[in-house]
Ligand binder design. Structure first.
Ligand SMILES: *Cc1c(COP(=O)(O)O)cnc(C)c1O
Ligand code: SF4
Length: 465
């Protein structure tokens, strides 16, 4: 059998615009050269791309979210097509400056939910750690544009130490996600140091990076990078590709090196109007991703962030895309479509409805083709049979974040909004029906039994006094 190799291994095929044709290959493939030769003004961009008036206006405006484009990524842009999907992601237009209803500076309330600067601890067992504000190029719709691109917002050594200290002191954290900005633009030694500090924390099980560097700067995924991350396994990486045009021989070769180093790679895309809001573009994207061994992970609804108004789509577009993927193609190729909750609730998965209706013993479901079937449920299912095995597994506490699981576990009967009972009391005075020691009145029998049991035990325990 003939082994297939990716193109760059046999004869180099470089993604390079004519403007850079005289740059020696060694320089072109050097990530530091790419970083120091980025384009960031209308004058520079005009040497490679025919700018529209709207683009030129935006590039010359004040207070614009930072612009920087690596020569490699700029080479993917169609110089004559203002609708080029690569171009729209990195070159601003005047539309970027138009405010829209509901937009926010920090729409995911990340800064509000950070116990120390740059560390977002939103979910029970994992944290998002922002370690830089710099990126290889800047996406116009960036959800973190409030800090990203601004060197004055970069995290200090003291803040980094505080982040590490928080993780060390919080044993419930088993997964650390490094982001920014982009952790892969850091000096290699610095990244090595950060990964080493995290790996030394016994309760940190997995370390991952979210990075767009492999897409903007595939040269950075060199042997040295692969050697570094291999030292800290289990190490995972998510890249960020939005359109099939971004999948080049260079990216394929980078993913080949990385997966050979044992790094599982996923992809996070953002649903962007005029870039990838199409079932057919998304199908090609996910197919091209699995071909380079990258697993589509999330498809994000565009956040309510300043500058992204013209990129937003209705949520129904995302549902339509999942409708066009699930069942139609490999399960491996289907990402989870999520809305990151404005206000900081975290990622909320959204998908088409597959459960049509239910009755005791029956669930009526439909498939991707509209075929309707009935799943007959067991009539003799014993949920207690597993209990002995279940008790052998150590519990991972999720203080305050048990959510609906607490209701299902029978530990709690309901969840009420803050002030719920006060509103219902309508300011009335204490009266005979709700005064004194009558909380028992609202205690459902057998609910919260675990806590009650523990309380009873505590009361019964002989006191040494
Ligand atoms: C996205 C995100 C994570 C990781 O979420 P997963 O669903 O585990 O990939 C963690 N923390 C924050 C704040 C996030 O936004
Ligand atoms: S790479 Fe990520 S952090 Fe950087 S500008 Fe793009 S979306 Fe923002």
């Amino acid at each position: 059998m003939k082994q297939q190799t990716t193109q760059p291994m046999t004869e180099p095929v470089y993604t390079r615009a004519p403007y850079w044709q005289d740059v020696p290959d060694a320089k072109w493939m050097d990530w530091r050269w790419q970083m120091s030769n980025r384009l960031n003004t209308a004058v520079e961009l005009e040497k490679v791309i025919n700018l529209t008036d709207s683009e030129r206006d935006a590039l010359n405006a004040n207070n614009l979210f930072r612009v920087d484009i690596t020569p490699y990524f700029a080479s993917l842009i169609d110089p004559d097509d203002p609708n080029c999907p690569v171009r729209k992601q990195v070159i601003p237009t005047a539309r970027e400056m138009v405010p829209f209803q509901s937009m926010m500076e920090d729409s995911l309330a990340e800064d509000k939910h950070s116990p120390v600067p740059g560390l977002v601890h939103r979910y029970p067992d994992r944290v998002l750690m922002l370690i830089t504000t710099q990126c290889a190029s800047y996406c116009r719709y960036c959800t973190r544009s409030r800090i990203v691109g601004d060197p004055t917002q970069t995290f200090s050594r003291k803040e980094f130490d505080a982040q590490i200290e928080y993780i060390e002191n919080t044993p419930q954290i088993r997964d650390v996600l490094l982001s920014g900005g982009d952790p892969m633009v850091l000096a290699p030694k610095q990244l090595d140091m950060i990964l080493g500090r995290l790996r030394a924390i016994p309760h940190v099980e997995i370390i991952r990076i979210g990075s767009r560097v492999p897409v903007f700067l595939p040269m950075r995924v060199n042997a040295e990078f692969c050697d570094t991350v291999q030292k800290y396994h289990p190490f995972w990486l998510n890249i960020h590709v939005n359109h099939p045009k971004e999948i080049t021989p260079e990216l394929a070769a980078a993913m080949d090196r990385l997966t050979r180093a044992g790094v599982p790679v996923g992809n996070q895309s953002v649903l962007l109007a005029g870039v990838n809001d199409s079932v057919h573009i998304q199908r090609k994207l996910v197919h091209d991703l699995v071909k380079i061994r990258v697993r589509p992970y999330y498809l994000y609804q565009c956040d309510l962030v300043e500058g992204s108004g013209h990129f937003r789509t209705p949520v129904s577009k995302g549902i339509e895309i999942i409708e066009g993927l699930r069942g139609h193609t490999s399960g491996y190729a289907v990402p989870t479509y999520v809305v990151d909750a404005p206000g900081g609730g975290g990622k909320i998965p959204v998908m088409p409805n597959y459960v049509l209706t239910q009755a005791p013993g029956k669930v009526v479901l439909r498939n991707f083709e509209g075929f309707i079937t009935t799943y007959a449920e067991p009539t003799d299912y014993d949920p207690h049979e597993i209990e002995a095995q279940d008790k052998l597994i150590a519990r991972r506490p999720e203080p305050g974040q048990e959510g609906l699981l607490k209701l299902l576990d029978g530990e709690q009967m309901y969840i009420e909004p803050q002030g719920f009972s006060d509103v219902r009391a309508r300011g009335g005075a204490e009266h005979r029906l709700r005064s004194g020691d009558i909380a028992q009145k609202w205690q459902p029998l057998g609910v919260g039994a675990i806590e009650q049991e523990q309380e009873t035990k505590a009361l019964e325990a002989p006191k040494e006094e």
